[in-house]
Design a protein around this ligand. Structure first.
Ligand code: COA
Length: 387
């Protein structure tokens, strides 16, 4: 057995590179996030989720013809088979949408077996097929489950709407106006990729064994479902509801900090300044409030940001993407437990980009451990083990 390299031991693999990648880049000190070298602010202003997904996966901005073809394929593959809807009917009413999504994506793998090359890999046409089916069908799976758990029929996708607008339509039955569609589109763009995080790593660990890509995405969704990865925006809303009014924010925060408790939505392992994604979402939300009126919950969040700027800001603890995203989703009428599935709908682009980048390059992940147990222990007969 390989001897563990104790000098490299890093709980959570913090700081240990596991792949070489050219997909995204973060500078946590400067608050910089780039996809394929392009600033996230530029993409949020000028791109769409569909184009950003293409950029992440194929490594370049598409030409008009390439984007049109990709977009047309996505629209074409939005539908899900009635058998998959039938399976969903059997899920318990209380099933968490992330659990349902994880199961549904694994089910996709059964419905779409993929031809493999002799070396066990996939050719580019099969990769394209997976990319399109996964990105196109995840929103339909999320929306269909959300409606069916409430006893409603799923709303079939519409081919004339953008990826983000169609998701909103399938969820609510209403076509979003241009601003709401844009807000959702930007939310998908800013969540689409974020270097080597837990869910992306889970995707690659599964991929390194040669597991089929739907199984790998299902593994990534499982990793994303944990509250320390995908669920912080739910915790932010809970806190804001608990505070209730702006004038109570100061005493609430003081008390939390005195007890050395963490304030959800603040701080990030990598960003030591304000998360650029939080700034982008906040800016768009300001537009919505201008149009549709103020939001008292948002005012509480802003007050918290103001109150913690001096104290926590000095320690590099600033609002992260989750601080404002939940507030926005709620204003759009999206149920809280769908926040993380929306994250998955976006992040599947990043997962697939990493999967494609590593195809044929991955060595099976087989780290080691530092064994702290005993050796040659006796097998004590049951009758001698005590009560
Ligand atoms: N509220 C209050 N204090 C916080 C804080 C928060 N949200 N996040 C970090 N701090 C403080 C710590 O108490 C510590 O203070 P100290 O040096 O006086 O002991 C200091 O900032 C550094 O904390 P540390 O745990 O080393 O930071 P980290 O980079 O390892 O942690 C997180 C990053 C995300 C785990 C952490 O900021 C956190 O728990 N945030 C809240 C949960 C959240 O929003 N998660 C979603 C992230 S996208």
């Amino acid at each position: 057995m390989t001897k563990p390299n104790l000098a490299c031991y890093s709980p959570g693999l913090a700081g240990i590179p596991v792949v070489e990648s050219s997909i995204s880049y973060i500078d946590g000190e400067k608050g910089l996030l780039e996809y394929r070298g392009i600033h996230i602010e530029t993409l949020a202003e000028q791109s769409s989720f569909e184009e950003t997904a293409y950029l992440l996966i194929y490594g370049k901005l598409p030409t008009r013809a390439e984007l049109d073809a990709f977009d047309a394929e996505l629209r074409h593959h939005r539908r899900i088979k009635f058998r998959i809807r039938d399976v969903m009917k059997q899920y318990p009413e209380h099933a968490h949408p992330m659990d349902a999504l994880q199961a549904n994506v694994a089910i996709l793998g059964m419905f779409y077996p993929l031809p493999r090359l002799l070396n066990g890999g996939y050719d580019e046409a099969t990769v394209r097929d997976v990319v399109v089916k996964a990105i196109a069908k995840l929103p339909t799976l999320v929306a269909a489950h959300a409606r069916m758990r409430a006893g409603d029929d799923p709303i079939p996708p519409r081919d004339d709407l953008s990826h983000a607008a169609n998701f909103y339509y399938m969820l609510t039955g209403e076509e979003p106006d241009a601003l709401v569609a844009r807000i959702l589109d930007v939310a998908l763009i800013v969540h689409a990729e974020h270097t080597m995080n837990a869910s992306t790593f889970a995707m690659l660990v599964a991929a390194s064994t040669g597991a089929d890509p739907f199984t790998c995405i299902s593994a990534a969704i499982g990793a994303l479902s944990g509250p320390r990865h995908g669920g912080a925006n739910e915790a932010v809303l809970k806190m804001l509801d608990e505070i209730g009014t702006v004038d109570r924010a100061e005493s609430y925060i003081e008390e939390k900090l005195a007890k050395k408790e963490r304030i959800p939505g603040l701080g990030h392992r990598i960003y030591k300044t304000k998360d650029p994604r939080a700034t982008l979402l906040q800016r768009l939300y300001a537009e919505l409030m201008e149009k549709e009126g103020p939001d008292p919950t948002y005012e509480i969040a802003r007050r918290i940001e103001e109150l913690t700027r001096e104290t926590l800001g000095k320690k590099g603890v600033w609002p992260n993407v989750d601080f404002y995203s939940g507030i926005i989703y709620r204003r759009l009428g999206i149920p809280t437990d769908l926040f993380t599935p929306i994250f998955a709908i976006a992040r599947v682009a990043g997962w697939l980009a990493h999967w494609r980048e590593q195809l044929g390059r991955l060595r099976i992940f087989r780290p080691t451990q530092i064994y702290t147990g005993t050796h040659g222990a006796p097998y004590v007969p049951m009758e001698e083990r005590g009560a």
